[in-house]
Design a protein around this ligand. Structure first.
Ligand SMILES: [Cu+2]
Length: 178
């Protein structure tokens, strides 16, 4: 009797998982077809990162998002095979100190450009699997609420190419504690 109950619950669990997977698949299919038709409405430009010493555990990616659609869109998340964790970050002022905070998303108003740049929004690459070397590039996948998935190639610039002069140095100390 006990075995029967157990079997029944295992079966229910299995069915539940199967149903969820199917729904998830349909959702993904839907997103893919959506992104195919809307891809051109969200354009990613000038994606770049800065070279770092080989021992640096974290890096950051910057880019410009151009939303040509009639509706606002939202960058929800990002991922890269070069980093263990990828987060969306903003900088906040606390007195004279600039501190990075993780954000849940970055809004791009309709028919607008939004630039992620040093001292502002950026995509944080945490626990790098390999060094960021000038002249090379890294892959980045962005997930948008409306435009779906967009793959980007991020160019790694040398640190003396004028990329650091425009903004204050970022405080990465909180990441080093991991
Ligand atoms: Cu950051």
């Amino acid at each position: 009797m006990r075995l029967t109950v157990l079997t029944a619950s295992v079966l229910a669990l299995t069915l539940g998982v199967a149903a969820a997977t199917s729904a998830e698949q349909q959702e993904m299919d839907h997103q893919h077809s959506t992104s195919a038709t809307q891809q051109t409405t969200l354009v990613v430009k000038s994606a770049w990162s800065r070279e770092l010493p080989p021992t640096a555990p974290v890096g950051a990616a910057f880019l410009t998002l151009s939303n040509h659609a009639d509706q606002a869109d939202r960058l929800l998340s990002a991922e890269s095979s070069i980093a263990e964790v990828t987060e969306l970050h903003a900088h906040v002022h606390e007195g004279d100190v600039m501190r990075m905070v993780k954000v849940d998303g970055i809004d791009i108003p309709a028919h607008s450009d939004l630039t992620l740049e040093p001292g502002g929004y950026h995509i944080m690459l945490i626990n790098l699997h390999k060094p960021l070397v000038a002249g090379q590039s890294l892959p980045l996948t962005l997930h948008f609420e409306r435009a779906g998935q967009v793959d980007v190639t991020v160019q790694i610039k040398s640190s003396d190419a004028g990329t650091s002069a425009a903004a204050p140095e970022m405080d990465h100390s909180q990441h080093n504690q991991h």
